[in-house]
Write a protein that binds this ligand. Structure first.
Ligand SMILES: C[S@@+](CC[C@H](N)C(=O)[O-])C[C@H]1O[C@@H](n2cnc3c(N)ncnc32)[C@H](O)[C@@H]1O
Length: 249
């Protein structure tokens, strides 16, 4: 691989210095994103009853945690970004949401009882450092769910590499800001370079930050979930993502 690894940022730093301040803008605004999250929750959990204990891993600003809480769930939201959790709590107000700034693999420390639903949405799974960490997460989820609890994840399938100009992905732009993503593929990972151009008065300023994501295939994710004690089905998710719905046997 031609990437100088010293130029890569940790996931937590990438969000802190680069993505978190523009995350709501990148997704088209908090309200619109939360409305999409609500529709997705309804699609995957149509019979959700109030009183359910839910965990949202890599909750961000609460695209799914807020709709879950609005539907009467008690929600544990875990994320390493304090800025995104502040946005989440700004929206949660009096809803039953506990926001915790920590690594998602530590979520069990904050869970008072078994959970009914555990979510890991919006490509958070691929942010884990390696495949054993993903397997560890699935085991922790299985241990934490009361049967027939569900683990639901959405992630991007990077297993078929984009080539040539296709590796330059326009993410979002308006009159004052342009975000483009450039991908470089390794064997089981992809290095993501987020190129942000922002207008500063009459000049444009460019900031680049790079981090690593895992290339996880839907087949590997399903098999790892089955090995952890789930039955799993895979279906298309929002915005080209893969959605996996796993039920604790
Ligand atoms: C792509 S965003 C998805 C956010 C949210 N789930 C959604 O669907 O909008 C990934 C989120 O996971 C968080 N994150 C990444 N790795 C994490 C880790 N190991 N532990 C906790 N949070 C993590 C990031 O800070 C970010 O908020």
């Amino acid at each position: 691989m031609h990437v100088d690894e010293s130029l890569l940022t940790s996931v937590a730093d990438h969000y802190k210095t680069h993505l978190a301040p523009i995350y709501a803008w990148m997704t088209g605004g908090l309200d619109a994103a939360i409305a999409r999250g609500d529709a997705e929750i309804y699609a995957v959990l149509p019979n959700l009853s109030s009183g359910v204990t839910a965990v949202d891993l890599g909750a961000g600003f609460g695209m799914h945690a807020i709709p879950l809480a609005r539907r009467g769930c008690s929600v544990l939201a875990v994320d390493t970004s304090s800025l995104l959790l502040e946005e989440l709590m700004g929206r949660a107000q009096a809803l039953a949401v506990k926001a915790v700034e920590d690594d998602l693999l530590s979520f069990r420390k904050y869970l008072d009882s078994s959970a009914d639903v555990i979510l890991c949405m919006g490509d958070t799974l691929t942010h884990l450092p390696d495949q054993p960490s993903v397997e560890k997460l699935f085991s922790l989820a299985a241990e934490s769910l009361r049967p027939p609890g569900q683990f639901i994840a959405t992630f991007r399938d990077y297993t078929s590499p984009l080539v040539g100009d296709g590796r330059f992905i326009p993410v979002r732009s308006d009159n004052d800001r342009i975000l483009t993503c450039f991908l470089e593929y390794g064997t089981d990972y992809v290095d993501v370079h987020d190129v942000l151009n922002e207008r500063d008065g009459s000049v444009w300023r460019q900031k680049v930050s790079s981090y690593r994501k895992l290339r996880l295939s839907p087949e590997w994710v399903s098999a790892a979930l089955r090995a952890a004690g789930f039955s799993a089905r895979v279906e298309p998710g929002l915005a080209g993502m893969t959605r996996v719905i796993a039920t604790r046997a």
